[in-house]
Ligand binder design. Structure first.
Ligand SMILES: [Zn+2]
Length: 596
């Protein structure tokens, strides 16, 4: 889930095109001439903190439960933007992390999804699939699992099409600045940093080690190898323990929902209610345990330990030039997917995230010094309530079967996927002497790719079929509207905010032909499934916190509408360098109170 080992098959498709794309890569990495030099007054360290799936309302909702030195310190002493939304429709992890330090949307930075179908390649690719690089150290299952995996394909930022603050900072300082980016998930470490990270690490879910890619360097740093060889391994600290509530005396149901709610999942044999066992059902630490670790607050604790080690080993904030540190805490996302945003588990991981922020700030004060670092805290997307728990929608919220569903399963249990029904509709609409066609080349909802071979054989033009399909989709239960490629490549009508948000999620070579927008509070999900998801243009998915803390920042709440993409311009401004060339979001008015 969070490392590269599952993409082996897809890489077979990708590697055939290595030569072609490596050329494109060279063209993209040409230096800009307008970066400038770093201001002597710049903070010594820029820190980007992401909590994956920390929805925008959580800080207000649970503020009374936080201590003074964590989120509250940032909310009071820093600038707190309470109306911060992603401006694009498909709100997922890869897209969010790519947006923050490029300052732009997927239409420009190209990370339209975590995975997409690429027509030019004829296959599905992951947003950080690399062209020929390898993971180091390579992935090996632990002895407990009894098997060794083949060397895992590496990951890289090669699919990111826009430059980042980190790249501009490296250029402006003749590489004296250090760029370090860390996460549990590979894409969440790779995408914020961009192409010139000095240290970029994530967790290998097979063996609990922190790993990088030969894209960055041939071997991990010595301090990383030291941690990976430590006995006991830092990641194994929670094996066999239980995840209990942080505050046993607090009545969690007053602030969230009941502990056991319909629609909740059970994670890695962790159950629906506290306490949650942390072994993953295994005798010894292995893949199941590392998934349980990911799906608990302790994944964040592990990453904080790793980040502190990085701050010390790389002397971040104490070098010859300002440095950049990106830390993306992933466990909030896993917990939210499993138990939903109104669960006691999400309340608990958020309360524990407050302690992470407290400890990180104290560490930065100690190692870098108060007033010497600028920190931005945000999230990559929000989350939809469990359909079973939603009462606020106008239609009954429910789960809509994703696609495609095999024919035998449709017959067996009556589940009929959207793509199967759409295929039948197109066969009926464009009937040709009983000829049945395969109308889709790929379906990765919300995108559907029409099969161009089928259209050619029938002499149909794509625009006609897209339109029929979109009109049909918009009449289906749970679907609000569908947009076509033809609509998205023409000017969007003035005032069509939804269309504009989908256009910002659209890239002609990486997106499909029809984009489906679900009604609020509905999910693409088997009716038999549990848990919840994000990835819509609805406010529960677009709303995230934005906190900016550091020297020269005017503290307190700000009500102006902003996007988290403004962090790119804010960091560039603090450094005195030009924002990345594709950045669209500007520094919010009045943020740097002591300026000008
Ligand atoms: Zn995410």
């Amino acid at each position: 889930m969070f490392s590269g080992s599952s993409r082996l098959l897809r890489l077979i498709v990708v590697t055939a095109f290595v030569g072609l794309l490596a050329t494109a890569d060279l063209l993209l990495s040409r230096p800009s001439l307008t970066t400038g030099t770093v201001s002597p007054q710049a903070p010594r360290l820029l820190v980007l903190v992401v909590f994956d799936q920390l929805r925008g309302d959580y800080l207000e909702r649970w503020q009374p439960l936080f201590g003074d030195d964590g989120f509250n310190r940032l909310m009071h002493d820093g600038a707190w933007f309470t109306d911060c939304h992603y401006p694009y429709a498909y709100t997922v992890t890869g897209a969010g992390h790519a947006s923050l330090l490029t300052g732009c949307s997927p239409d420009k930075h190209g990370i339209v999804a975590n995975e997409w179908f690429e027509r030019g390649l004829g296959g599905i690719v992951n947003c950080v699939d690399s062209y020929g690089h390898e993971q180091v150290p390579s992935s090996q299952a632990t002895a407990a699992e009894g098997n060794r995996r083949p060397r895992a394909p590496g990951a890289s930022p090669e699919r990111l099409l826009a430059p980042t603050v980190g790249e501009n900072l490296k250029r402006a300082t003749a590489s004296r600045a250090r760029v370090v980016s860390l996460s549990f998930k590979d894409r969440s470490a790779i995408l914020p940093a961009g192409r010139r990270a000095d240290a970029c690490y994530w967790l290998d879910g097979d063996n609990g080690q922190f790993v990088t890619s030969t894209y960055y360097r041939g071997q991990p740093h010595g301090w990383v190898t030291g941690l990976n060889r430590a006995e006991p391994l830092p990641a194994n600290r929670w094996f066999g323990l239980d995840w209990e509530r942080l505050h046993p005396q607090l009545d969690y149901s007053r602030y969230s929902g009941p502990d056991d709610m319909p629609g909740e999942g059970t994670g890695q044999r962790q159950g629906r209610t506290f306490p949650h066992p942390m072994s993953g059902g295994s005798e010894r630490p292995g893949r199941a345990y590392y998934l349980a670790l990911f799906n608990s607050p302790f994944g964040n604790d592990l990453l904080l330990t790793f980040a502190k080690r990085a701050i010390d080993a790389e002397r971040l904030g104490n070098g010859p030039a300002p440095d950049l540190l990106c830390i993306s805490f992933s466990s909030n996302d896993a917990v939210g997917h499993t138990w939903g945003p109104d669960s006691q588990e999400v309340l608990d991981v958020t309360l524990r995230s407050d302690l992470i922020v407290r400890d990180l700030l104290a560490y930065l004060d100690d190692r870098v010094g108060p007033g010497r670092y600028l920190l931005a805290l945000t999230a990559d997307h929000g989350i939809c309530p469990l359909p079973e728990a939603s009462r606020s929608a106008l239609i009954p919220p429910r789960r809509y079967p994703p696609a495609p569903v095999p024919a035998e399963r449709v017959a067996a249990d009556g589940i009929d996927g959207l793509a199967n029904r759409a295929n039948r509709f197109l066969n009926e609409t464009f009937a040709q002497e009983g000829r049945e066609g395969q109308w889709f080349e790929a379906v990765l909802l919300p995108w559907m790719w029409l099969n161009p071979g089928n259209l050619r054989e029938r002499g149909l033009d794509a625009a006609t079929v897209e339109k029929k399909l979109a009109d049909w989709l918009a009449r289906q239960p749970g679907i609000q509207v569908a947009y076509t490629r033809s609509q998205l490549t023409a000017p969007i009508s003035p005032g069509d905010e939804l269309g504009e948000s989908i256009r910002r999620s659209f890239h002609p070579e990486r997106s499909g032909d029809v984009y489906v927008v679900l009604k609020p509070y509905c999910l693409f999900s088997s009716p038999l499934a549990t848990g919840t998801n994000h990835g819509t243009p609805h406010t529960y998915d677009t709303h995230v916190p934005l906190l900016i803390y550091g020297p020269g920042i005017a503290g307190g709440p700000h009500s102006q509408r902003v996007t988290p993409q403004a962090i790119a311009a804010i960091f560039a401004h603090a450094l005195g360098i030009a924002p990345p060339s594709a950045a669209e979001a500007r520094v919010p008015d009045g943020l740097f109170g002591n300026d000008e």
